[in-house]
Ligand binder design. Structure first.
Ligand code: NAP
Length: 284
């Protein structure tokens, strides 16, 4: 059986380092603070929020919540973002999406200042990922992918990486992070032809398409590292599954992230790390 790249071990290791950094900030009289902005009571947002609150509590990061009713206006939400931009005690802002359908998400996201954008939702953060200049952060999930590989001492430089998916949340930013780590990157999407041949030629495959168990053993060759970002509910199996058909991967991958328990377990640790980095940036 292939090696399981479990996320919890990675999250614990990240937390250890974050805790030390929080301690150093507190010695300087600075308590890192995250503001969570949520519209409505979506269950998956609430579940992520509970995880983030628990993680921040454990690490000594303060959290304040701003919860708006689904009937709020776009202007009311933007007012909250502006107040958080101006609030010197807040270092990072996490805003849950998708926003209500009538909102222009691009407009709302870009009201947040990039230096507090700890989940990479602004154009400022995109520019930062592309140029390594200016302010901003990568989306926590994209950062988690890289940190998992680093934790397990899997070399990235010079490797052929195939990312399946090109969303702004995962596919595009994670591709750029791999490039920054000197990998040779190919991005696949719904219009890609002969995708099986492309994924089979990779050293590392990142699956981020949002289709339950879509990538079966025909997409893979032996000795690959597979990072499954997908989180999908399977009606048939009545449980969460990834984008990779984990059960028929026997003998293919040399290492694979499980779902659940893989990438998703690292994202709040990544978030906490970003909040602390945002606070540290103030002291430089
Ligand atoms: P998304 O915005 O729907 O994007 C999906 C991407 O996959 C698109 O680029 C799409 O291509 C591509 N795609 C769809 N079907 C394809 C196919 N048959 N062949 C090749 N490419 C295909 O989804 P997302 O927000 O990136 O999320 C992807 C998955 O990650 C979801 O399962 C989501 O739940 C999960 N996720 C996990 C975490 C975590 O913490 N682990 C966080 C966020 C999201 P086109 O661009 O051509 O349409």
């Amino acid at each position: 059986m292939e090696k399981l790249l479990k996320g919890k071990i990675v999250a614990d290791a990240l937390d250890e380092k974050t805790l030390v950094r929080v301690g150093k900030l507190k010695e300087k009289g600075l308590v890192p603070k995250l503001a969570i902005v949520r519209v409505g009571e979506n269950e998956s947002d609430l579940s992520y929020e509970r995880g983030a609150l628990k993680r921040c509590d454990k690490l000594g990061i303060e959290v304040e919540k701003h919860v708006l009713d689904m009937s709020c206006s776009q202007e009311e939400l933007i007012d909250v973002i502006h107040s958080l931009n101006d609030d010197k005690s807040v270092h990072g802002v996490l805003m849950f999406r998708p926003l209500p359908k009538s909102f222009d998400e691009d407009v709302v996201c870009n009201e947040l200042i990039a230096k507090k954008d700890v989940d990479g939702i602004t154009r400022g953060s995109n520019a930062y990922i592309y140029s390594s200049k200016g302010s901003g952060f990568e989306p926590c999930t994209a950062g988690a992918v890289i940190d998992i590989l680093k934790h397990y001492d899997i070399d990235i430089a010079g490797k052929k990486v195939v990312v399946v998916g090109r969303s702004l949340v995962i596919g595009k930013p994670v591709s750029m992070l791999f490039l920054n780590e000197n990998a040779t990157v190919t991005i696949c999407h719904s219009k890609t032809k002969d995708m099986k041949e492309i994924t089979k030629s990779a050293d590392i495959v990142v699956a981020a398409i949002g289709k339950a168990e879509f990538l079966d053993d025909e997409f893979f060759s032996e000795n690959q590292i597979i990072i499954d970002v997908g989180i999908n509910y399977s009606d048939e199996k009545k449980k969460l599954v990834g984008d990779v058909n984990f059960e028929n991967m026997e003998g293919k991958a040399i290492a694979i992230t499980p779902v659940p328990g893989g990438v998703g377990s690292v994202t709040t640790a990544e978030l906490a790390k970003h909040v602390v980095m945002a606070a540290e940036n103030l002291t430089k």
